[in-house]
Design a protein around this ligand. Structure first.
Ligand code: TPP
Length: 356
């Protein structure tokens, strides 16, 4: 018999609590914390697009619409866990403690942008689709063999499920009971490819059945559902029960990257219409208002704080020492080969106006 995967929701689009567990666990403090985190990453995302448009940042991959999935899941991690993001998962990395100036630097093509603060186990964003899944399984297994209770979380899109690395990562983790959470953000598009052309499976969560691991489908616009369901998966991982596949159903409001024009493959009115139902920030705002916890002054203060943090991060990123032209040669191998060395010297000679 086919197993079905209901989409778990704690708070609906109108901000009403939809289940008992939600009613018992969501309170003013948690809701305000989540609101603050969501607002910070949204402010980051919008600023990044604006900087790219001004030529102050390279190509950028926006995540607006997916903040609930990323903030909720990363909030469930503890110090010592491992986070494996893609190019779209900065909301998760920032929530887990990445440096915001460094994340901006990454989008200026700087290798320093891949370096997380000391002690933070955050990998550089994976650009080759799905390669990070086996890495996360490996890191999780290493923690298990070292006898710690650290776990991994790995982010990937719906398109990544068509890659061989998806199978290898999940199968290996299942067989060896690796403490890893496979966190899929089903935003329904792999650039221009709609999910209906990606797979015939009704859900991504159901793929867990083939690997003999738990699968969970969650409303990715509901930060609370994502947070609590990820917590449960991490608990299973830490208890030696192995991996979980979580599918967070979400939507990217904007383009795939700033180099993409989504109007070529989807009607952007759909994004505008969907905002009311699926904006994760709006949902928490509605919850706070329904409960009588909302306060305009508090919300304005939160926005002012978020804007100040982001502006300061931009200043820090722009004050970072500029790269040297020869850096491109130095980052190819740990010790340069003679050919690279020769190319570097010839290039520098040319820069100085000398004949090679
Ligand atoms: C191995 C590999 N193949 C193709 C690409 C080109 N590519 C970049 S993003 C992308 C779509 C990925 O879609 P999805 O996994 O759904 O993630 P999303 O971008 O929606 O977050 C593709 C095919 C790549 N980066 N790596």
């Amino acid at each position: 018999m086919m197993e079905t995967f209901e989409t778990i929701c704690y708070i609906d689009e109108n901000g009403n609590v939809r289940n008992e567990e939600g009613a018992a666990r969501i309170n003013e403090k948690l809701a305000k914390e989540m609101y603050e985190k969501l607002l910070l990453v949204r402010t980051f995302d919008r600023k990044a697009i604006s900087l790219q448009r001004q030529g102050r940042l390279g190509t950028y991959a926006p995540f607006e619409g997916q903040e609930g999935a990323q903030v909720g899941s990363a909030s469930a991690l503890k110090e010592g866990d491992w986070l494996f993001p893609t190019y779209r998962d900065h909301a998760a990395s920032i929530t887990f403690g990445h440096s915001i100036p460094r994340v901006f630097l990454y989008w200026n093509g700087r290798v320093e942008g891949c370096v997380a603060p000391e002690g933070k186990h955050i990998f550089p964003p994976a650009v080759p689709i799905a390669t990070q899944l086996p890495h996360a399984t490996g890191a999780a297994l290493a923690e298990k063999w070292k006898g710690t209770d650290n776990a991994s979380i790995v982010y990937f899109g719906d398109g990544a499920t068509s890659e061989g690395d998806f199978h290898e990562g999940l199968n290996f983790a299942s067989v060896f009971k690796a403490p890893v959470v496979f966190f899929n953000q089903n935003n329904q598009y792999a650039i221009s490819v709609h999910i209906s052309k990606q797979m015939n499976s009704e859900t991504i969560a159901q793929k867990s059945v083939a690997y003999g691991i738990p699968g969970v489908r969650v409303d990715g616009s509901d930060v609370f559902a994502v947070y609590f369901e990820t917590q449960k998966a991490l608990e299973r991982a830490r208890n030696g029960e192995g991996p979980t596949l979580i599918e967070a159903v979400t939507w990217r409001f904007g383009a795939h990257t700033t180099a993409d024009d989504p109007t070529k493959y989807r009607n952007q009115d759909e994004s505008i219409q969907k905002r009311e139902q699926i904006d994760p920030l709006l949902r928490v705002e509605r919850y706070l208002k329904n409960q009588g916890y909302w306060d305009d002054e508090w919300a304005a203060e939160m926005q002012a704080n978020a804007s100040a943090v982001i502006e300061e991060a931009v200043e820090e990123m722009e004050a970072f020492p500029k790269p040297k032209v020869e850096d491109i040669f130095d980052h190819v191998f740990a010790s340069p080969t003679w050919t690279i060395q020769q190319q570097k010297e010839e290039y520098l000679q040319q820069m100085r106006g000398e004949d090679a």
